[in-house]
Write a protein of this length. Sequence first.
Length: 588
Amino acid sequence: MEHRIAAPRTAKQRPTGKFDFKGFLNLIRQTKPKYWQLWVGLFLGMLATGAQLAVPKLAQSLINGLGHALNRPLLVTVIGLFIASALISAVSGALLGFFGENVVSRLRETLWQKLIRLRVSYFDNVKTGEMTSRLVNDTMQIKNLLANSFPQMVTSLLQLAGALVIMLIMDWKMTMIMFVAIPLVMLVMFPIMRQSSKIGHRRQDAMAAFSGETDETLSEIRLVKSSNAERYEMQTGSNQIQDLYQIGLKEAIYDSIAGPAMTAAMLAVFVGVLAYAAVRVSAGTMSMGTMFSFLMYLFQIIGPAGTLARCFTDLSKANGSTERVRDLLREPEEQLLTGPTQSVSDQTLAMEHVDFAYDDEGLVLHDVSFEAKPNTVVAFAGPSGGGKSTIFGLLERYYQPTKGMVTIGGENANDFNLSDWRSQIGYVSQDSAIMAGTIRHNLTYGSAKTYTDEELWHVLQLASAEDFVRHMADGLDTQVGERGVKVSGGQRQRLAIARAFLRDPKILLLDEATASLDSESEAMVQVALGELMKGRTTLIIAHRLSTIVDADTIYFIEDGHVSGSGNHQELMDRLPLYRDYVKIQFKN
């Protein structure tokens, strides 16, 4: 396979510390949430807050009347309001939590569907672990914001605003102390929140990088061990863990500062108000009930103020996660179902003056043209790295040509339905992928059709895979393990060939399809492939002399362009490069 150079990623905007509410709301709207849960939850939250705000005012009357007699109905009313407020608040919190969970569930579904539909070029540039981090870690941050912080912020704002209004009506002089103190508290908190946002963004970056590295290392653990790279990987992982640890320490410091700073500021306000109230009571300008009522409202402010500070910190932390999720959703994706369907049977497949580059540094293919007529065998030969597998990638429409086009029947293949196009192509590569699961699952993977066991055994027989599958304990239901580790390379390759038989494709792309087979299996599979190739257009990346000799047309690919074409004898006669290649490659 040709080496693919990853294209540079577009730089993403760094966080400014200011939460992007517009972008966040747009992200939420994309999930089409159940808004009734939000509005009912907020309404119930307002009712609960109203009940809580009524309690201190009633307590004022209750305390002022203690000098005469205990007002039992009023006491029962106060207790009832406490209980009703708690119950309504619980229902409100549950509904708002349901709203948040629903949004995040749909957001994850949207992200997953997006990831599946992204172009192959995106996966060339971004590690799998990083994408998993976006799907899990970043959405978890948004979930915490919606399901926990947002409901608390709404109810805290309602309670804070309501308490301040009532306090202002009760005694504007004492309330003015609050109006002066709160902006001062926020002025102290703002730098902490700003730094918390930056650290939260760094943490998400580091977590994504760590997830990507560990995923890559663990998926290639055999390479690690065969290369004696355990010490290197342990040190690399340790360094990343230490980076996360240092970021976590800074985050813990700012989180630990935020709470006590808010608490200390509010306690200072409380002490100041209490001292001023005591002077007023002793001077006879304020009743004892009014003072207690005012202090109860003050307590109702301290709690929400601290909650709001934590919520704003959570907002800052979620800012980076929101940006990354939105960046991912903006990535271009494959339009699988756009365009008309087009049968490729009895149609000439061709490339016309195609240029292609994976990035801006240089062309991998330059002015490549070829033609594969119906029911013929076309072979691509040439030195490794010349661009042969890239041609197959363009035929599968994993990538789009930089210049020129792939045509079928003289029409641009890009105009036709992509899903239908790929359903008519069978692609067997040198290192055919296999999914975790059973052999049955791998044979039928991606197919909407239901197959009988007889059909599955038949294609396994054609691919010389029947014997080893029958000897497995569970036959077709044998688990192959992650990345097919429980089957050998040759067995994995034969399962891939059997899957190609089952697809019954119109066009076959064989990229070193028998490279992993032993001599006996290779001979049997060659016979089976010969049968499969009948009545189909077949394109082969040739690594066997017999394949080259038997091909109807050979295209010699060197340094990304076609050096010559013709049958084997024609190229031997007129293309020295091809003649030298055959002599060296096949030792003739």
